[in-house]
Design a protein. Structure first.
Length: 316
């Protein structure tokens, strides 16, 4: 165990989402047509940091459905994100550990996705070692399935998607000038492009609220909005941020996992330095009114990763 850094955000209650009653009548009607039965109950999913509709719907015939929706006019950025998520889910191979896209309504007013309902839930917090092992195992099994990624996904290399992230350390030089080892950390982050290169699809957002522990034993990854092409070990290291904050000895696990045990120690440190800069810079941005916990969560992630990096580097 390591020293835990308790999270300031309420687990599973971070999202301010549209509810079923908030959807326009014509959107509710099209959802019920796709589901094949009237909706009698809707359970909004409280995890995550976006305000789009995301609910498990129970219908009169006893069936359950997971539906996401956003208004193109009132929630444009989230509607575009849902549209992109649908495109990526449709292009993933059936062997990928992801819920299946069942149907899509994409018109000028609303983007609505029908996604396979999975009986299960997200990993409870604080993280339990068995759940972390199961999540790490599915990331390992995912690598041969998604190397190389399907051409239809048209993904960019991770180094291109994150090209501006090392510059976050310029922001930290101005806002945290007394941070010890600042220049060394910035130097590590600057070398991320070579370290993260690879030919595997990387999810890039693996954390507890994007994981489903299914009742049938499967572990599934949700929210495939930001995949890129990079080194196969990246998702496994990023998965460890939450567990590290909860006090688990994630370095011991990385040292024995097949995906990470042979990764040079310096390479992991480079990724951690890159993430610290990004999280702390984002935490200083304006708090979105529709996501009041987002900046607190990003600041906490930055604190966790900095503590982890400092311990690995032997910094005081």
């Amino acid at each position: 165990m390591t020293r835990p850094l308790p999270s300031p955000v309420p687990h599973g209650r971070t999202a301010r989402r549209l509810e079923w009653a908030h959807l326009p009548p014509h959107v509710r009607a099209l959802v019920e047509r796709e589901c094949g039965s009237p909706v009698v109950a809707a359970t909004s999913q409280g995890g995550g940091y976006t305000p789009g509709f995301a609910s498990v719907l129970e219908c009169a015939d006893g069936s359950r459905h997971f539906v996401k929706a956003a208004s193109v006019l009132a929630q444009r950025s989230f509607a575009l994100s849902y549209r992109e998520e649908a495109r990526k889910l449709a292009a993933l191979p059936p062997e990928a550990p992801a819920p299946r896209l069942l149907w899509l309504h994409d018109r000028e007013d609303w983007v609505v996705l029908g996604i396979e309902h999975v009986d299960g839930g997200t990993p409870p917090r604080p993280w339990r070692p068995a759940d972390l092992e199961a999540a790490a195992a599915v990331l390992e099994r995912m690598v041969p399935v998604l190397t190389p990624p399907p051409a239809e996904l048209e993904l960019d290399p991770l180094a291109e998607d994150l090209a501006d992230w090392p510059a976050a350390w310029d922001h930290l030089r101005a806002t945290r000038p007394d941070l010890p080892h600042l220049d060394e950390a910035a130097g590590l982050a600057a070398g991320f492009a070579a370290v993260t290169a690879g030919d595997t699809l990387v999810h890039t957002d693996v954390r507890d609220d994007n994981l489903l522990l299914a009742a049938d034993g499967r572990v599934l990854l949700c929210d495939w909005n930001w995949p890129a092409v990079g080194a196969p070990w990246l998702d496994t290291v990023m998965l460890m941020i939450g567990p590290r904050g909860d006090g688990l000895d994630v370095d011991a696990l990385l040292a024995r996992l097949p995906l990470t045990r042979d990764v040079p120690r310096e390479h992991v440190d480079v990724l951690l330095a890159l993430l610290v800069g990004y999280f702390w810079r984002q935490a200083d941005e304006r708090v979105p009114p529709t996501s009041p916990y987002l900046r607190d969560f990003q600041r906490w992630q930055g604190d966790v990763v900095w503590d982890w990096l400092a311990e690995r580097r032997g910094w005081s």
